[in-house]
Structure formats: structure tokens, C-alpha cells
Design a protein around this ligand. Sequence first.
Ligand SMILES: [Zn+2]
Length: 273
Amino acid sequence: MTHHFKPAQDFCAPVTPPDRVLAFYQNRLLIKKTSNGVAIPQYRELASMDLAVGTRLYLGKRHNAVYSGWAFQEEPALPDDLELAGLRSLFGRMEDTEFQIAGYAMQLLNWVAENRCCGRCGNAMTFEDGERALTCTACRHTLYPRISPAVIVAITSGNRLLLARSGRFPGQRMFSVIAGYVEPGETLEACVQREIREEVGLSVANIRYFGSQAWPFSGSLMVGFTAEHDGGEIRVDGKEILEADWFAPDRLPEIPGKISIARQLIDWFVAHH
Ligand SMILES: [Zn+2]
């Protein structure tokens, strides 16, 4: 049975030591190699090691196991059964819920690292009791973790799907669905229309919610939609999008891996066409 993760009410660690530690050094997670994959290390396995830990966050509990998030100040010297690994490379190699907790930890640790000082008055920030927030020690300005909403949309035309190659990774051959960040003051639906117009010059109808995914690598909430082509010819800007085309389900180009909602949208298209 799957046990759900319960986030802590605040980030101040309880007096008792944690059970499991999600420790990061420069976005790489400390993992323990096991016979059937990787696992999150137990606190007792790390307690005797000489580790330079900066931030320690109390993350929450899962089935009475207390999870803590650590940020190393310098690269730790590790025994053979422990290693640092990029979080993305661990998808499918560790249990899904622990992968999600690790993404939560990474996002929060990055948020703390980027907000040591108050953006309003410049004094030090500290953890607020009873809130998942940072508060300024001088002016009491409170800061909650920031999430950037983004839309991601599968555009269909009959039994073909629009896929585009991004200018952000010019060396890659990979094609994906259209995505972009929501602007201030914009609805999700308006964002879908605008991104599609800007990136591939099309208009769409029948915009429908598909599902969503937290994406810790960029601190985003990806909100997935499907939409139908309603006018215009493909026109790319050659910068943000290098090429785009309509693809039949049995003739797809190189597409993203199973980790992403982009792939779930593409798999949905293949399953329904
Ligand atoms: Zn302040």
C-alpha cells in the first residue's frame, strides 16, 4: 500500500532526529545504492559522518517516518554505497512517492538558498513558526514558496498532432508539445491561445483541461491541456521554436521520456488516434 506524504506545518525541524534525509549538493541528491535500485539514506547512516550541512528543513512525515531536507555546503566525501545523483536521472529508479518528496525538498532548498535576505529591506530571513514560509527578522515581510504556473498543450488536427523542436536545446532532435509560462493577469486559457499563436502561428478551439504536474526542476506547475486546430498555417519564429509539424501517431519523431506530462499528452494522443 502507498503511504501519502504529509508536509510539515512549518520548516523548523523537531528536536528529535529525522528518519530519512534528502540531502542535496548543487541539485544532486544523496542516494544509497541497493540491490534493486536506489533509496533515500536513513539519518542513522549519516549521523556518524563528517558532513558540512548548511540549511536543514523539516519536510514532513510519511507513515510516521520523519523526512528532513539538507543542503551540503561543500561536496561531501562519501563511502562506496552512497553517491550524489541528478534528480532527473533517478526517475523510475526510486519509488514514485520518494521521488516526489525529493522534488519537493529540492525546490524548497533552492527557494531558501535564493531568499537569504529580505527582498523588501535586505535584512536576514528566518523560518516562521507554524507556517511554511520565510519571514524577515526586521520588517516581518513574509515570503511563501513561489511556484511558476506554465501551460502545456497538445494540439490536434484530425488524427495528427502538432510537435515542435525547441530553440532552447538547439543540439537536440527531440520534438515536444507547446509549452510556456503564464503571464501576470492572464488566465490559463488565454495563455494557451497566446503561446500557440506566438510559437507556431495557429489558432485553436475546444481547449480542455488534461491534468497537471509539479516540475521541481524549474519550480513550475505544468497545467496540461488539449486543443484542436481552428485556423492558420504553421509559422515558427526560428528562435524559440526551430521547426514544427503535424505528425501521425505511427510516425512520431524523437519525443520526451516518461517522466514528463509532455509525454503523457503525446501518449494520450497515440491512445486516442
Ligand atoms: Zn525585511
